[in-house]
Design a protein around this ligand. Structure first.
Ligand code: NAD
Ligand code: UDP
Ligand code: UDP
Length: 341
């Protein structure tokens, strides 16, 4: 009887994968590939026909984000912490492993520093040994609470080195410094993406960031919580635009840092009103205590990406939010179903 069951099992159906000949096919490592951005990048690389290895410790990521590829002959998932050395043979490395939302990176600040420093040294050491190109996921947080607006890559930033955000901001600044030290000293081929606020499906539902908080609050008919007066600004990029930018940056010959973000800027109060309108509820919006060291203005200058990568973000906020809200609705439905079982 057991044998019959195995024989009857329908084979898993994977998303369409392009055929690449031996020379075009690359072996690509994605650290943090089970996370929000990483898993979208993995989809793109897998569908292009590459061999993809993900290394992730599942701190903020989950197997579910990459379940569509598990078992595929081009895909491998390694459960490991990048703070410990990793030995694989690859042609390219996208180094994304690091918690990204303030509550997640502050949860264990020492670990966040280790991931971004020791973890990055390990990935640069790996790139050096195998001669791989490596792209580091840096952040707009390297500009801190900026005194220059919008922020070009030439701006050195305004970061409090001992504040609550420092474990992440300074961790990423060291990751950048390490990248250029390895490039200079060991001729490692590096790319540095300074990523601005990004949103989309597979974001953590409870990561405490503004997009997920406001969407959840609106869907649950709760009050939208604006931290402080709500006149601080952010510029929001849809995840597919970011993934296009990362792949273009890796393929380019440009080795200086590049901002990847959507330059359309909103105040947080405006953003709350937009989400409330799209969800279609008329929830109250309330101002609560501001958080410490919260950057007051943020908007990327993307001239470099336009010039060197021929890249600009394409998805308008409203369209991206509609897709993201649909995803969150689905997650809430599933949670309700599982609770009622
Ligand atoms: P995420 O938390 O969804 O993904 C990070 C992934 O890294 C998770 O899967 C997590 O489990 C894994 N990870 C964390 N520490 C690890 C460790 N020590 N070893 C192995 N795996 C580890 O976050 P995200 O939004 O997908 O961010 C991805 C990258 O992009 C991060 O480096 C982040 O700093 C950067 N970034 C993101 C944004 C954004 O708005 N999402 C903005 C700027 C920069
Ligand atoms: N490393 C790794 N995988 C490799 C090669 C190196 O994880 O394939 C790690 C290695 O353990 C070391 C770090 O990367 O701690 C930096 O390597 P590098 O060669 O620069 O330094 P060294 O080994 O000389 O200290
Ligand atoms: N914010 C808010 N309400 C929330 C969550 C965040 O007003 O429920 C604000 C936060 O103070 C910041 C902005 O939204 O000014 C973006 O915060 P987020 O944590 O998403 O990302 P950050 O850009 O600060 O890393």
């Amino acid at each position: 009887k057991k044998v019959a069951l195995v024989e009857n099992r329908t084979p898993k159906r994977y998303p369409f994968v392009n055929f690449l000949n031996h020379r075009a096919k690359k072996r690509i490592l994605v650290t943090g590939g089970a996370g929000f951005v990483g898993s979208h990048l993995v989809d793109k690389l897998m569908m292009a026909g590459h061999e993809v290895t993900v290394v992730d410790n599942f701190f903020t990521g989950s197997k579910r984000n990459v379940e569509q590829w598990i078992g595929h002959e081009n895909f491998e998932l390694i459960h490991q912490d990048i703070v410990t050395p990793l030995f694989v043979e690859v042609d390219e490395i996208y180094h994304l492993a690091s918690p990204a939302s303030p509550p997640h990176y502050m949860f264990n600040s020492v670990k966040t520093i280790k991931t971004n420093t020791i973890g990055t040294i390990n990935m640069l050491g790996l790139a050096k040994r195998v001669g791989a190109k490596i792209l580091i996921a840096s952040t707009s947080e390297v500009y801190g609470d900026p005194e220059v607006h919008p922020q070009p890559e030439t701006y050195w930033g305004h970061v409090n080195p001992i504040g609550p955000r420092a474990c992440y901001d300074e961790g990423k600044r060291v990751a950048e410094t390490l990248s250029y030290a390895y490039a200079k000293q060991d001729k490692v081929s590096v790319r540095v993406a300074r990523i601005f606020n990004t949103y989309g499906p597979r974001m953590h539902v409870d990561d405490g960031r503004v997009v997920s908080n406001f969407i959840l609050q609106a869907l649950r008919n709760e009050t939208l919580t604006v931290y402080g007066r709500g006149n601080q600004t952010r510029s929001f990029q849809y995840v597919s635009d970011l993934v296009e930018g990362l792949v273009s940056l890796m393929a380019s010959n440009f080795t200086q840092p590049v901002n990847l973000g959507n330059p359309v800027e909103y105040t947080i109060s405006e953003f709350a009103a937009i989400i409330r309108t799209i969800v279609g509820n008329n929830n109250p919006i309330k101002s609560i205590d501001a958080t410490e060291d919260d950057p007051q203005r943020r908007k990327p200058d993307i001239s470099r990406a336009k010039l060197h990568l021929k890249w600009t973000p394409k998805v308008p906020l409203r369209e991206g939010l509609i897709r993201t809200i649909a995803y969150f609705r689905g997650v809430l439905e599933k949670t309700k179903l599982s609770q009622s079982v």
